[in-house]
Design a protein around this ligand. Structure first.
Ligand code: AP5
Length: 222
């Protein structure tokens, strides 16, 4: 596929559009999408011990401890499909210790995409968000409404998608973002995430195709 072996990190505040862009990126580039939040919610759904522990932190909008998150992400990155197709890591790392741990296991990104969205927009995006449990797709009651009545009837809401909880999640994000950014400055692409999802994707798409061109040129394949 066209993105073969590409290693991408995507970062941004809660509801900045990471999951939405990851749907569009994986459709075009066929990377393995690894979302830290999704892995944690799967643990909660499975009723595991780490899931129970994780939920206590997620309900307070705090970072889940490294001993849970680091192992979980490292294990998923170590699956053969991630090496084969390339990966798209969403919502990780959220601290310098998470970044360092991944590097120690030999996982290094080619590009770090940062979605920038003003805070006043984020709350609105969170409270309107809905998820389709059947397809896993992300909707918004105003900006990305469900296509059919049938889909509308089965949509669910995340337990941490309230105005009160998103403020706590934002606080956590603001406390940690600089320490992570400073580690990836040389490969960071900042994207205006306040535009329509198609316009946001157009910017990301051109950054990724330029990166692929560069990589191919270096390999003498251009
Ligand atoms: P996580 O699940 O990662 O949540 P988050 O970071 O708060 O991000 P979201 O999933 O809320 O938003 P998103 O950026 O994906 O936006 P989306 O595309 O859905 O983490 C949850 C919790 O898990 C954390 O609080 C923490 O406790 C824990 N956790 C996770 N990772 C961790 C880690 N590494 N270490 C420790 N703990 C960790 O879009 C949002 C809405 O806006 C949708 O309705 C969408 O339709 C709409 N929308 C999207 N783009 C646009 C657009 N361009 N225009 C209009 N609407 C749009």
């Amino acid at each position: 596929s066209m993105g073969k072996g590409l290693k991408v990190m995507i970062s941004g505040a809660p509801a900045s559009g990471k999951g939405t862009q990851c749907e569009l990126i994986t459709t075009k580039y066929d990377l393995v999408h690894i979302a830290a939040g999704d892995l944690l919610r799967a643990e909660i759904a499975a009723g595991s011990q780490s899931g129970k522990q994780a939920k206590e932190y997620m309900e307070k909008g705090q970072l889940v401890p490294d001993e849970i998150v680091v192992t979980m992400v490292k294990n998923r990155l170590s699956q053969p499909d991630s090496a084969e197709k390339g990966w798209l890591l969403d919502g990780y790392p959220r601290s310098s210790s998470q970044a360092t741990a991944l590097q120690a296991y030999g996982f290094k990104p080619d590009i770090f995409i940062l979605l920038e969205v003003p805070q006043e927009i984020l709350v609105d995006r969170v409270v309107g968000r809905r998820l389709d449990p059947v397809t896993g797709r992300i909707y918004h009651m105003t900006y990305s409404p469900p296509e059919t009545e049938e889909i509308a009837a089965r949509l669910t809401q995340r337990f941490d998608d309230t105005e009160e909880k998103v403020k706590l999640r934002l606080q956590t994000h603001n406390q940690n973002v600089e320490s992570v950014l400073s580690l990836f400055e040389d490969i960071t692409v900042k994207v205006d995430g306040s535009l329509s999802k198609e316009d946001v994707f157009a910017t990301i798409d051109s950054a990724l195709s330029n990166l692929i061109k560069q990589k191919n040129a270096t390999l003498g394949m251009a």
